[in-house]
Ligand binder design. Sequence first.
Ligand code: APR
Ligand code: PHB
Length: 404
Amino acid sequence: MIDNEIRCQVAIVGAGPAGLILAHMLHLQGIDTVVVERQSESHVRARIRAGVVEQTTVDLLTEIGLADRLHREALVHDGFYIRFDRTTHHLDFHRHLGRHAFVYGQTELVADLIDARRATARPLYFDADDVSLGEIDTDHPTVEFTHDGSRTRIAADFVAGCDGFHGVCRQVVDPTAIRVMDRSYPFAWLGILARTTPVTDEGMYCAHPDGLSVHSMRGPELTRQYLQVPADTDLADWSDERIWTELRRRSAADDHPELETGEIIERSLAPLRSVVTDPMQQGSLFLLGDAAHIVPPTGAKGLNLAVSDACVLSHALGTWYALADRSALDAYSATALPRIWQAQAFSWNLTTTLHRLGEGEFDWQLRRARLQRWTSSADEERALGEVYLGLPFPTSWQPELVSA
Ligand code: APR
Ligand code: PHB
């Protein structure tokens, strides 16, 4: 039974970066949205995720007025460090490209995005249960959800599926019309947030024959670090002491002091996988961000890809509402996918070079050879930097309206 009916132009499922940024860009264009999120607001605000934001993403967030706190608080990096054979190398992308990477936790960004949505006074429902989609193959799709015990139906022109990899939107598409290409890896990342001083002034990947360790940061005394562990790892088997011993062993170097240890305030386990859905749309449903594709965390592209999709869809919806021209909507997937594949290729390159994949000396020597190229060739450094700092987005976020 439906208790309430509401109408909007675009119903957005999921209040992660993809959903909230899309909502903001559509709001700026005068397009009416309702955002529906399964989790509670406190859960969404507390969720700890990656934190490297491309210059391209920062430029867009700045343009749409969402980067004020980011500019005050983010750490501005030129590149990152790579350590192997107990030696530390800096990849300086800024010197080639004049651009930066910004370290700003996705948690902080999502808090900014929720605040921005609240400031528009447009609807944002947290704690939405039993979210379901209807009639996506028509031009009058619906999204239903239960909130505070009553069932609401949103009647929309379009649905933006921004509800991540485990959401409902990717499940309603016709599997015979959409290809899902994927690759999983036999390992996961054990991540910690710790009250310790970062070992280097920019993030660092340590490629050790026994597996990767990653040393990132959130502030002068707050670090985010990761360990490659087997996919079937049980977090309960990893005491603080075991985590620090392994992080120290993998990051041991002759040119830097030993890693500082301290209080671990959060820990999590994330499997590594690569997924691409093609096309990322069906009828009036469009998939964005993790609902459409997953990249392994190596290279921290996930958030940036979600923003790129939101940009492409915002442009296409803007074109539809301003000019009654559906061509950009029809081309949404074809427009978004090439940049997604560039990020997949980059993440794959980093993942397979930095992790221990197979047994034996041959595998390690191949990886070492690639690492030596990355750290000795200016051309390689520049090529990595182009993608790390962010390839241009496929479109602007709003239509190019030709003035009369
Ligand atoms: N109904 C409504 N909301 C849902 C549902 C559902 N059935 N299922 C999931 N959600 C919500 C999740 O609770 C989450 O808040 O959708 C949101 C999806 O957000 P993200 O997972 O952050 O995904 P996305 O916005 O695509 O951003 C991608 O986030 O997961 C990281 O590594 C990823 O950095 C990448 C970025
Ligand atoms: C992070 O800071 O969380 C981070 C850094 C580098 C990565 C992934 C995540 O590759």
